[in-house]
Each structure stands twice: as C-alpha cells, then as structure tokens.
Design a protein around this ligand. Structure first.
Ligand SMILES: [Zn+2]
Length: 279
C-alpha cells in the first residue's frame, strides 16, 4: 500500500513539473509577419483559433506569434517537403492539444549549372569528409537553437547593398554533378563590402567552413536563425549581441564560390526558407 501511494505521489509530481515546464513557453508578440507561401522552401502562416502556448511541426518546436491581436504559427517548409497535407500540433496551458492542417503546393525550381575549378570542393576526399561532417554537426547545433528570451523581428533589411539573385531553391549541378538545392539568397557585391545584421540577435557560431568559407550564424530567437557565408572577414564573435544595421563582417569569396558574394540563408524550425519572404 505504501509503495503504491508513493508511486502515485511521484506520478503527480511528474505531471506538476511537466505543467510548470510547458507554461514557460510563450508566443512572441511581433510587429510584422512574413509573406505566406505554402510551397517547398516557403513559410506557412497559419492562424490559430485560440491562445496556444506551443507549436510543434515535424517533432520540432515551431514559431508561434501574436500579431495585431491574433495568433499565428509561422512554419518553415523544407525544400524537400512532400506536396499535400502537413500538420501542426498546438499545445495549450491546460495541457490540451489540437492539430491544425495546411496544404503544401508544388513549386518547380529550375536548374543551375556551375563550374568549380577546385575539384575537391565538388568531390571532397575522405579527410575533407571528416571535416565537412564535423562542421555540419556544429552548424546543425546552432540552427537547432531555441531562444525565447529574444523577440524575433520578421521584417528584415537586406544584409548587403548589392545585386540580389533569385537563386533560392535552384536545383544545383556542380561540374555536371547533382548536389543539394541552393538554400539561400546570393547577393553579389565587391569584396570588402560591409555586411550588416538585418535584424537584432546574438552570434551563435562563427567558423571557417569547407563549403561555406568564413561563416556567421545569427540567432534572432524562437527558431529564426540566419546564416552568412563566404565572408572576407568576420567582425563579431560568438555571444556578441547585435542590433539591426550593425556591421558583422565583409563580403568575400572564401569556400566554394565562383566570385565574391554573400550567401544569406534564413532558417525557421531548422529549415532553410526563401529569404525574399522576409524582405
Ligand atoms: Zn549561395
């Protein structure tokens, strides 16, 4: 009898502590939301009917915001997402939950063929692969960050003054070999052109990576994380808090490039989405 009642006590404590934990989650109140685009590589803006405290999409926490008195889930859709119905689980303070659905429509991205003179950047050797995998883990850790202490700014300024390409999502071939689709926006500018933070955040990672060259990962909060690649110089360090318009580095041509430019990508719930939706 004693054993049974203490087991019940433990069970009750677990329920209580779970409740305390989930009540810490809270949507951010924002002054702008991105354009909704329910296609692979897009962002789904899904109105929620009531005061949810947490949104889960594909087993990962997703952004929930209050905007102009209403609540929305802001969901990053992967470039390789399946066409058709997708679901979001909403959790409420009273521990109940609800499933919402949205439909991902097809979008055909065209091909892009690039010639890279350094063949190791197309077919890395086994030593390179060890480095690439280590860097992938490091970047993935930064992209998985969930920081609720920051209110994400969802309307951004371009990080560089330059020529914005519409190359997001292109099916890429390097030296005629198929590779991952292009997961960011390329902005062409001269080497040394300053790169500015497009929104406030904290520098989550910096490094010199095999493909991305000199790189910064900037965390804006609630799973919104931006990436800057191929930089000439990195002018910030991990943990630096930056405001909109603060210089974080300079345009370069480090890593796998065909000329100087900034590769800028935006991550939502650890999914690369089209940066143009946030400009
Ligand atoms: Zn790029």
């Amino acid at each position: 009898m004693f054993i049974r009642s203490s087991a019940i006590m433990i069970f009750v404590l677990v329920i209580l502590s779970m409740g305390a934990e989930s009540s810490e989650a809270a949507p951010a109140t924002v002054s702008a939301i991105p354009e909704s685009s329910m296609v692979p590589g897009g962002v789904a803006i899904v109105p929620t009917s009531a005061n949810a405290i947490k949104a889960i999409y594909q087993n990962r926490q997703a952004m929930l915001v209050n905007y102009e008195g209403e609540q929305f889930a802001i969901i990053g859709i992967a470039l390789n997402a399946k066409i058709g119905a997708h679901s979001i689980i909403l959790e409420y303070a009273n521990s109940s939950s609800e499933t919402l659905r949205f439909t991902v429509k097809d979008k055909q991205y065209t091909e892009q063929r690039l010639t890279i003179t350094n063949n190791r950047q197309v077919n890395p050797n086994s030593e390179d692969m060890i480095r690439i995998n280590k860097e992938r883990t490091e970047m993935n850790e930064a992209f998985s960050s969930w920081d609720e202490s920051r209110t994400p700014v969802l309307s951004m300024r371009a990080p560089v003054e330059g020529i914005k390409s519409s190359s997001f999502g292109l099916k890429r071939f390097f030296n005629d070999q198929p590779r991952n689709p292009h997961s960011g926006m390329d902005i062409a500018a001269d080497e040394g052109t300053p790169i500015y933070a497009p929104a406030p955040g904290i520098i989550r990672a910096t490094g010199n990576y095999f493909f991305n060259g000199n790189t910064i990962i900037l965390d804006h909060g609630h799973g919104l994380i931006t990436l800057y690649c191929h930089m000439n110089t990195i002018d910030v360090s991990v943990g630096t808090e930056v405001e909109t318009g603060e210089q974080i580095g300079k345009v370069g041509q480090t890593g796998r490039v065909t000329g100087p430019h900034l590769h800028w990508s935006i991550n939502l719930n650890n999914v690369r989405v089209d940066p143009a939706l946030f400009l």
